[in-house]
Design a protein. Structure first.
Length: 273
């Protein structure tokens, strides 16, 4: 792809796609560089584009960043991350893994969910999988803490399973959960949060290493100053983002630590048939 026609990919939850499209449009206006959001491919195909260095800008999970950063050479470079507007984020580039159960369940604390049916989005996710596994390992819970662990394929599918009583507990990216509740206020009557794991480093924006330093710097400056201009601020407000800030590799050390603890904890549970 030519330097004047960039690609943007989001590997975050699907309910963020429209928000990132608005951000891309604002970024085009800020930089005067054509940027196309790649949203017609399924999530796994988009992930392969990032992993193979065939995308210019991407919003990715912190766990994906940590894994890709270990490659030599790495296909991506870290440059910015969002600071969310909610008070719980305390003006920091962080988020939480919210532990969600059905509204009518008897569970009040994490200890209560022993023997429960856990549903998670996918094993490469930090907020939906690794954060839960690391929390269990740090608490000394064994691999058989849950009676079953079932992959759903997405945060939205996990929420639906819990809301409909098809699963007992799930871990959801707090930003995704807030958007889901905004889009479907009735969801608040079917689920509740019993624990927030975090704060943890928020999913970042990255650029492809192949991108010219000049173009990468233009994108970086535009992203971090977007809140200072009318169109950019509108796009950020729609996404409940206050602004973007620079982030660095060592900001993601907590995720490296948790991925290690999650791996040390062994299998979470036998997958239900």
């Amino acid at each position: 792809m030519s330097p004047t026609q960039l690609s943007f990919v989001s590997l975050l939850a699907g309910n963020a796609d429209a928000l990132y499209q608005a951000l891309v449009e604002a970024l085009v206006e800020e930089t005067n560089v054509a940027i196309r959001m790649v949203d017609t491919l399924d999530w796994h195909e988009r992930r392969r584009l990032v992993e193979t260095g065939n995308v210019d800008i991407a919003a990715i999970c912190g766990a994906d960043y940590v894994r890709l950063a270990t490659r030599h050479p790495s296909p991506i470079a870290l440059f910015a991350a969002p600071v969310m507007q909610g008070a719980r984020y305390a003006s920091r580039p962080v988020y939480f893994s919210d532990i969600v159960v059905p509204m009518e369940s008897p569970f009040q604390t994490f200890d209560d969910v022993v023997g429960a049916r856990w549903v998670y989005n996918e094993p490469g996710s930090y907020s939906g999988y690794a954060a839960m596994r690391a929390y269990m390992a740090n608490r000394g819970f064994s691999a058989t803490f849950f009676s079953s662990a079932q992959q759903s394929g997405s945060h939205q599918a996990s929420l639906t399973a819990v809301a409909h009583g098809e699963a007992d507990v799930t871990a959801i990216d707090s930003i995704v959960l807030e958007r889901a509740l905004h889009l479907d206020p009735a969801l608040a009557t079917r689920i509740r949060t019993i624990l927030a794991i975090g704060p943890n480093p928020v999913p970042p924006l990255v650029v492809g290493r192949h991108l010219s330093p000049t173009i990468a710097q233009r994108i970086d400056v535009a992203v971090r100053s977007m809140h200072q201009r009318e169109r950019g601020k509108r796009a950020l407000d729609a996404a409940q983002i206050a602004h973007f800030v620079a982030v660095h590799d060592n900001d993601y050390h907590p995720i490296r630590r948790d991925l290690f603890h999650a791996q040390q904890g062994g299998a979470a549970a036998a997958t239900a048939p």
